[in-house]
Design a protein around this ligand. Structure first.
Ligand SMILES: [Zn+2]
Length: 425
């Protein structure tokens, strides 16, 4: 089963389309996890963002070629995330063209130095889970930020490092098309948006898309500056754009609509910040802050703030730990018990391991079942299938694509583990 709202989001927001934004700018939606844009100048074109794979980039270039055969003269990256920078070689077509990016350009996903101390394998595994690599197409119905189905060939293969770094806001002539490049820290600190004043077209990168903002990515991300993101949304709203062409999902047309989506998204970020800070000030635990977090109706009702990609509860956790770190102010948490030690004590309280397992099997609360299963697994009990089934049940109703993919990916992994243990017994 799949949450129907997630199926609807995927069908509407990632429908394969080449969309004309104004007389000389087109956007490709649904060909890759991200969107790509083409700005047509007098004798050449500029590509803004390049997708995550060479195959997706080839498909988009073929579509753009139906519109114009003018050569690609330059590429602009809105930011350094891999899904925007990995098809550049296809658009450059072997030519040595300028690749323009913010001076802060620094991906958290490319050029992982194996000699550097970093939890790279954890990041890799969690990225596979979040995007549902290896799941069937029925399972991976959506990425939340992109279509569930997309080309995988040449994934990450076509990146070209920037050759021209922009350190402050500036104007640029793209072969007769005047644009402004504006620094706008948000989903990443290196965000640089493209603004075309003549046509009122704004390409904001990932600072806005049709989903709750991904203030924390469960693959694992350093703290994203909530305040800076909210501030950038206000600045972008001030441009009074007529067309908004985000780095994921469909474009938005009309100054009033654009103003509304930008300002309500900003309000959502500020609400999470305010609510979480108030809970921390009151000395509440993070679990309670999250349990009590509700978005006011004027935010929660907006279709573009559905939690298909980001999630308010995860954002609250990220805000709390990003501002004051892991210690929540409760001295109980200055120390800890090892999982197995805690699990044994839980089993003793429950009346033994068998009773603990019965409780896990009998509860209808899937979150509670997962927590009890973790104790049983810590005690080397073979409850992998029970935990996997609980994750699959949560995936059935989950609206968030990355949570759904992660539940299903980890369930698959546990079942495979279970099967290989059974066969070696
Ligand atoms: Zn992106």
């Amino acid at each position: 089963m799949t949450n129907p709202a997630l199926i609807h989001h995927n069908a509407i927001q990632f429908k394969k389309s080449i969309i004309q934004l104004c007389p000389n700018i087109w956007t490709a939606v649904g060909y890759a996890a991200s969107t790509q844009h083409m700005i047509v100048g007098a004798n050449s074109v500029t590509i803004v963002d390049t997708s995550e794979s060479t195959k997706a980039a080839e498909n988009v270039l073929a579509e753009f070629r139906k519109i114009t055969d003018k050569p690609v003269a330059r590429i602009i990256y809105t930011h350094s995330h891999r899904d925007h920078i990995s098809g550049a070689s296809v658009f450059a077509q072997g030519k040595d063209i300028p690749i323009i990016a913010s001076a802060g350009f620094a991906s958290d996903l490319i050029d992982v130095d194996p000699d550097m101390i970093a939890p790279s394998q954890a990041l890799g595994r969690r990225t596979l889970a979040q995007f549902g690599f290896g799941l069937t197409s029925d399972q991976r119905v959506s990425l939340g930020c992109g279509p569930g189905e997309r080309p995988m060939e040449g994934m990450g293969a076509g990146h070209i490092a920037p050759t021209q770094l922009i350190s402050e806001n500036c104007s640029m002539d793209l072969d007769g098309v005047q644009i402004d490049l504006i620094m706008a820290p948000g989903e990443t600190s290196d965000h640089m948006v493209v603004w075309v004043p003549e046509h009122g077209v704004l390409i904001p990168g990932d600072n806005w898309y049709h989903a709750f903002p991904n203030l924390y990515a469960i693959r694992g991300t350093p703290y994203r500056d909530f305040g800076a993101w909210a501030q950038s949304l206000l600045m972008l709203e001030g441009l009074q754009a007529k067309v908004l062409a985000p780095g994921h999902t469909m474009p938005v047309f009309g100054a009033k609509n654009i103003s509304e989506v930008l300002l309500t998204t900003r309000a959502a970020i500020l609400h999470v910040m305010r609510d979480t800070a108030a809970g921390m000030d009151a000395g509440h635990s993070l679990d309670d802050i999250v349990a009590n977090l509700t978005l006011p109706p004027e935010i929660a009702d907006k279709p573009w703030l559905g939690e298909y990609y980001g999630k308010a509860s995860w954002a609250a956790r990220a805000y709390a730990t990003g501002t004051l770190g892991w210690y929540d102010g409760n001295p109980t948490n200055l120390g800890s018990l090892a999982s197995k030690d805690r699990a044994q004590r839980m089993a003793d309280l429950a009346g033994g391991i068998d009773a603990l397992q019965k409780a896990a099997e009998n509860t209808s609360n899937m979150q509670w079942r997962l927590e009890l299963c973790d104790h049983l697994i810590a005690l080397d009990q073979p409850v992998q299938s029970l935990k996997a089934n609980a994750m699959e049940a949560l995936a059935d109703t989950e609206i968030n694509a990355t949570a759904r993919n992660t539940y299903l990916w980890e369930a698959k992994r546990l079942k495979e583990l279970d099967a290989s243990q059974a066969s070696s017994d």
